[in-house]
Design a protein around this ligand. Sequence first.
Ligand SMILES: NC(=O)c1ccc[n+]([C@@H]2O[C@H](COP(=O)([O-])OP(=O)(O)OC[C@H]3O[C@@H](n4cnc5c(N)ncnc54)[C@H](OP(=O)(O)O)[C@@H]3O)[C@@H](O)[C@H]2O)c1
Length: 281
Amino acid sequence: MTPPARPKLASAHAIITGGSSGIGLATAHLLVSRGAAVSLVARGRERLEAAAAELRSSGGTVAFRTADVCDKAAVETAFTDLERELGKPCDVLVTSAGVARPGNFLDLPDEVFHEMMTVDYFGTLHCMRAVLPGMTQRRRGSVVAVSSAAGLMGIFGYGAYGPAKFAVRGLMESLRAEMAPYGVHVGVVFPPDVNTPQLVEENRWKPEETRAIAGTIRPLSPEQVAAAIVAGMERRRFVICPDIGTRVLARWGGVLAPVLNAEFDRRVRKVRRHRSRTCTD
Ligand SMILES: NC(=O)c1ccc[n+]([C@@H]2O[C@H](COP(=O)([O-])OP(=O)(O)OC[C@H]3O[C@@H](n4cnc5c(N)ncnc54)[C@H](OP(=O)(O)O)[C@@H]3O)[C@@H](O)[C@H]2O)c1
């Protein structure tokens, strides 16, 4: 049996949700440099316009639409319009639109749990549902969803965000199996902390314990994650890990969980001891 063809990025039409910022924008830059025509989808027009101008100035063929990925009909309309504008069906989909809101489980309002699932999980699902019927008919294509290291193991402070990213991983695992007979590549990315506007926002809410768990690990650049995404697409990888830490976690997480949990619990106790000492001083 001949293996499925690698995606020809030079003639591909790539749709990237969350393409106006961070990981999505860095992926758009890399795909443009490979010759792909790129479509960006996000809610804010200003950042989309700026991103498109930036990409066009480096020679890219770029289109964009505003849409909220939580709105299934809006996603379908945006994708159809973009395919019409660029004259090509979607060959590559990267779902990078997402939000992260850490916090103590006992303090987080119910709305945050709903928001994480609505944006991160259903926002991914709607995009997959929009492109996969066409890809299976054409028997080619590549879909890559951005999950998170928080989708590989439960972490203190990620009681709302983590489960949504676990759901993305679960969806992609099922899709990998179902799309394989059609030759459609399915991938899922597990970035650790990445230097983007989302991380800045996230840091405003992170409990001290969550910071202590991350320790002194330096965030990756969005370009490092984009390079892993494009390499993963070209090699038709399912699990895409941009660094050694998440690679180990993705492969050995089940085995390592007791050790990691013990270490993370120790860091949490240390923060709390310190807090109670400083409160009584
Ligand atoms: N940064 C990290 O440390 C990190 C780590 C692991 C995983 N991730 C994941 O990586 C993905 C990209 O994050 P990033 O760090 O690159 O964040 P970012 O720089 O803040 O970019 C997020 C993008 O998603 C768009 N977006 C957000 N909500 C949307 C919605 N409802 N509908 C459509 N577009 C929406 C934003 O544009 P608008 O606001 O204009 O819509 C923006 O283009 C996310 O799924 C995130 O959870 C990030």
